[in-house]
Design a protein around this ligand. Structure first.
Ligand code: PLP
Length: 432
């Protein structure tokens, strides 16, 4: 499989190059040059397949021979070593629990896959790769944790001092090994600026590659298609509606790639908070990006979703075509809180605010399409949004084991000032 830029179909690269570069020239996003198609054998066996088996069968169509089959099989077994169960919440509504990974959010799947692909290429070429990530909290921990102990790769995380929650800070600063946390005396934008300055100016003297682990990396997108097949396999039903709580729309784009490969579903439902750019587009046919507004489902506070560019290409720049496959709804914080409380009180299931938006979306769709099964993606463990969950439901969710363990460890960070020289000095000392 080759990869092309969303802004230039004549820019054609290998999987390895697409993963290493992250972003294509002109800020385009990498897309597979052709859509994969899964054969009859795959569909005949799908309902009995495990998640790592699905990952291997689907993933190797994207990776081709750039990672040998036996290595790729191991890679999938390692990446997908936690379950993504489909759990019934009420009669025809099911939760696809994507939060059983090491940082308790769905971004673990993409981060781990990308990490191991980059790790494979680093080792094969006998290179060292250093990943610089600026984080406001959550994404950084999934990325860092994904790379933990991956040979050939180091991660340096920059986070704003005092601006992340205690639990987030622990997740960023207790990894050890090949992960270094820099605590920046500034805000998130400062961290991002330092990283950008390093990419523009730091001379690695060719001793190592400096890269970002950007959320638009194709190696984060591809594995986000695996669990859609697995959801349908667990539902054992090819007429299921699947609702995806969405922000940058990478998760949903993964589902759409699965659908393009032949996965039959009744409909995809994109549920957003009041950052409703895509639901508006599906209704009006006009894409109007807006500044993001703050909500309780804050991982979805995105007014100009980066993956819209990919969806727009997949559906031939035709909103009506997109609307045939994707329904879009948006919900307020008040609706979200109410739903969290109701689902807790009536069904005894604790939603996190993002999953609650997904639940609202699937309920709304099923109201006008009765008689089918509905799945919503539960993208984070409720304990990650403790305060909102407690306020809305009166229940304090138990911390999952992986978070408990990390709360017990002590924080290790290097404090730096909000200036590029501090970051450059650390890079120099460590690697030159
Ligand atoms: C990132 C994130 C989302 C949104 O996913 P996108 O791929 O950006 O649409 C939803 N929920 C949680 C918990 C997230 O971390």
């Amino acid at each position: 499989m080759k990869y092309i830029s969303s802004r230039d179909k004549n820019h054609i690269v290998s999987f390895e190059d697409a993963v290493k570069r992250g972003l294509a020239p002109n800020k385009g996003l990498y897309m597979p040059q052709e859509y994969i198609s899964m054969g009859n054998d795959f569909w005949a066996n799908l309902f009995d397949m495990s998640l790592p088996e699905i990952g291997y069968q689907v993933g190797k169509k994207y990776v081709g021979d750039e990672i040998p089959d036996s290595d790729f099989k191991n890679l999938c077994n390692e990446v997908l070593n936690f379950d993504i169960p489909l759990v019934q919440v009420k009669d025809n509504v099911f939760s696809l629990e994507l939060f059983h990974g090491p940082t308790c959010a769905f971004k673990d799947v993409g981060a781990r896959f990308m990490a191991r692909c980059l790790g494979y290429f680093s080792q094969k070429n006998n290179e060292k790769t250093v990943i610089l990530v600026a984080t406001s909290g959550d994404t950084g921990s999934a990325v860092a944790r994904g790379f933990l102990n991956v040979p050939g790769v180091d991660v340096i995380i920059l986070y704003p001092s005092g601006k992340v929650s205690e639990i987030q800070e622990k997740q960023l600063t207790t990894n050890g090994g090949n992960i270094t946390a820099l605590e920046v005396n500034g805000v998130f934008d400062d961290c991002q600026r330092l990283v950008k300055t390093a990419f523009a100016n730091f001379d690695t003297k060719n001793r190592f590659h400096l890269t970002s682990a950007n959320s638009i990396n194709i190696a984060r997108l591809i594995p986000q298609s695996f669990y859609y097949y697995y959801a349908v396999a667990q539902a054992k039903d090819y007429d299921t509606a699947i609702c995806v709580p969405s922000g940058n729309f990478g998760n949903l784009t993964g589902g759409i790639l699965a659908w393009k490969s032949g996965l039959q579903v009744n409909k995809f439902v994109a549920a957003t908070n009041i950052n409703d750019t895509v639901p508006n587009y599906l209704e009006s046919g006009i894409y109007t990006p807006k500044p993001s507004k703050q909500t309780i489902s804050n991982a979805m506070d995105v007014g100009d979703p980066s993956n819209f560019e990919r969806l727009d290409i997949i559906f031939d720049h035709d909103s009506k075509k997109m609307h045939q496959t994707i329904e879009g709804y948006s919900f307020t914080d008040e609706q979200t809180r109410k739903k969290m409380q109701q689902v807790r009180d009536i069904y005894g299931y604790t939603l996190d605010p993002h999953g609650a938006v997904g639940f609202l979306g699937i309920e709304k769709y099923l109201a006008s399409n009765p008689g089918i099964k509905g799945i919503f993606l539960e993208t984070a463990h409720p304990a990650k949004f403790l305060d909102v969950v407690k306020e809305s439901t009166g229940v304090t969710p138990d911390l999952p084991e992986t978070l408990q363990e990390c709360m017990k460890k002590s924080k290790k960070s290097i404090k730096i000032d909000n200036k590029y020289e501090d970051l450059a000095q650390i890079l120099t000392e460590k690697y030159l």
